[in-house]
Ligand binder design. Structure first.
Ligand code: FES
Length: 197
């Protein structure tokens, strides 16, 4: 129940065409042309480039890609709706990624899926109407020793029990990383400086 109010990844926003991709992204798409047999064949890389920049593939981006690839916009839309990787609207503030691969499944991932569907009223590849959550069921998240695993944006939650899931859904900081990303990236630089005399 409640599915009717969820926004599917294919639901195109009713208001407006959304933002367009930058000239840099267009240039990047064009740079693929010599490596592919036809412009049409650059469709998937082009869509990934657009989604990397915008977080989703807006109608404006679809039109821009259609122009670049010399195709009708409907051809681009067909591909976007076919592949589950692409979204036609901004994803929720928190993106929940639940592992459904074997280890996590054996450890109870399916119960968590049901609970997420119930609590938030969304299924795989849908977004809550308030824009707070999107839900994605993924293959192995590479933390099998500590399943079931649920990622909230970039934060990995391990050994998620149903009780822990409720806490995660209620916690505004459920996506806060223990160590800020910048520190992780800085580490090798510090090392290099140490070796510099
Ligand atoms: S099986 Fe779930 S993280 Fe690998």
């Amino acid at each position: 129940m409640g599915g009717w109010q969820a926004i599917d990844r294919k639901t195109v926003p009713a208001n407006g065409m959304g933002p367009g991709i930058s000239d840099a992204s267009k240039e990047k798409i064009r740079s693929f042309f010599p490596r592919y047999p036809s412009k049409r064949a650059v469709m998937l890389p082009a869509l990934h480039i657009a989604q990397d920049e915008l977080g989703y593939v807006s109608l404006t981006a679809m039109r821009q890609i259609a122009e670049l690839l010399e195709l009708p916009p409907a051809a681009v839309m067909d591909v976007v709706t076919f592949y589950t990787a692409f979204w036609t609207h901004p994803k929720g503030e928190k993106q929940l990624m639940l592992c459904r691969s074997l280890t996590c499944e054996l450890l109870g991932a399916d119960k968590l899926r049901e609970r997420i569907e119930q609590k938030l009223g969304i299924k795989d590849h849908q977004t809550t109407k308030d824009g707070k959550f999107s839900f994605m069921i993924e293959e192995c998240l590479a933390a099998c020793d500590h399943g079931p695993c649920l990622m909230v944006n970039e934060k990995m939650h391990k050994c998620v029990t149903p009780e822990k899931l409720d806490q995660i859904l209620n916690d505004p900081h459920s996506d806060r990383l223990d160590q800020p990303r910048s520190d992780l990236y800085d580490a090798p630089v510090h090392n290099r400086q140490h070796h510099h005399h």
